[in-house]
Write a new protein. Structure first.
Length: 378
């Protein structure tokens, strides 16, 4: 175990920043610490780096308790949200800065600088001034500087927040490449779900200073453990569900559905709330006769069959909810179709074709297996 936090708590006066945070990172693992602004992410980084002494709990590096150890005596590299390159130094001098106070002779320092500038593909910029660098180059120099001392742990605190979308995507790929090449244990801290999902082996979701969930990115996305995680980790629609025990039905979005079609969690909860991802919904126009189009029926048949061609159980049948399109928005790679269902609630459906229009009566369909069910009180 490279890094371990055990019950770390910190308060600024009477204000709680983080509360009983326990997490661990294995050797070579890239973990994303994800959460909204103000949830305590930076406090976690500062506790690991040694920039603050937590109110309670313990920070361990490679099995040694470093909770009271000063930052310069912890083998931790940090890339901060804002640039910290020294403007009066060249790129090479910035990378060498953290090495010159150690035991490396001058020629070894120079070799190490060359090694890590080559790793971030900036060997030709060694003599450049930081002011001449682009935003992406600045981030890569800071990565080289943080990695040059060959730390036990690399902390990336919102490293992409100041970059435009295209540059963010390219630098995300660079971070993954560099982390895989070096094998350094890395904690990637961000509020951006796409950044976290793109880079991490594992996600840790922080809410109000406490860990709300931890696990593989795809598992947390597809099977969120709480309503907060469902709504925060990517886009999600929310619908209330009302169970009628006498008729053995449940109303979802104003449409009655047999209980044997929905997940068992719906009937187990007194006041269930249903979440479903926009890309797990389909929408089809309702004809004047009141039936959906043939493509919708074909989709239902496909959903009703398992991968090997066998009929699946009732819970594989799609749930169909009627509503009216209130807006169709072209966002480039897809269309976002906003539908007010008959209960008055609103859902967004992702489409790749523009086949419905505002004011159309439609059927919104979803497989029961794509529903996540939570208690309203969560």
């Amino acid at each position: 175990m490279t890094l371990e936090l055990d019950g770390v708590t910190h308060r600024y006066g009477s204000e709680r920043a983080i509360d009983d945070v326990s997490l661990s990172l294995d050797d070579g693992e890239l973990v994303a610490l994800l959460g909204p602004s103000g949830c305590g992410k930076t406090t976690v980084v500062q506790a690991i780096a040694g920039h603050l002494d937590p109110t309670a709990g313990r920070v361990s590096l490679r099995g040694a308790d470093v909770t009271g150890v000063p930052p310069e005596d912890r083998n931790v590299g940090v890339v901060f949200q804002r640039s910290t390159l020294y403007p009066h130094m060249t790129v090479g001098e910035n990378v060498a800065y953290g090495l010159e106070s150690g035991d490396l002779p001058a020629e070894k320092v120079s070799e190490r600088v060359d090694q890590y500038l080559e790793l971030v593909e900036l060997a030709d910029r060694r003599g450049a001034s930081p002011e001449s660098l682009s935003g992406g180059e600045t981030r890569r120099v800071e990565l080289a500087r943080a990695l040059a001392p060959e730390p036990d742990v690399l902390l990336l605190d919102e490293p992409l927040s100041a970059l435009d979308k295209g540059l963010r995507a390219r630098l995300r790929d660079e971070i993954v490449r560099i982390q895989r090449r070096t094998g350094v244990t890395t904690l990637f801290v961000t509020h951006d779900q796409e950044d976290a999902m793109s880079v991490a082996d594992r996600l840790v979701v922080l809410r109000d200073g406490a860990i709300a969930a931890a696990g593989a990115p795809r598992r947390l996305y597809e099977s969120p453990p709480t309503q907060f995680v469902a709504s925060f980790l990517g886009r999600s629609n929310e619908l209330s569900a009302t169970v009628d025990g006498e008729s053995s039905t449940v109303a979802i979005g104003g449409t009655e559905v047999d209980l044997d079609v929905v997940p068992s969690e719906v009937t187990d909860a007194a006041r269930p709330m249903v979440h479903v991802r926009p890309n797990d919904l389909t929408v089809e126009a309702v004809s004047q006769s009141g039936s959906t189009s043939s493509s919708a029926r074909d989709a239902s048949v496909r959903s009703d069959a398992s991968a090997d061609g066998e009929r699946s159980d009732d819970r594989a049948r799609p749930i169909e909810i009627r509503g009216t399109v209130t807006r169709v928005r072209d966002v480039g790679r897809r269309y976002d179709v906003r539908v007010e269902v008959d209960s008055g609630e609103v859902v967004t459906v992702e489409r790749h074709r523009d086949e419905v229009s505002q004011s159309d009566r439609v059927t919104v369909s979803v497989a029961a297996s794509d529903l996540s069910v939570f208690l309203v009180s969560e």
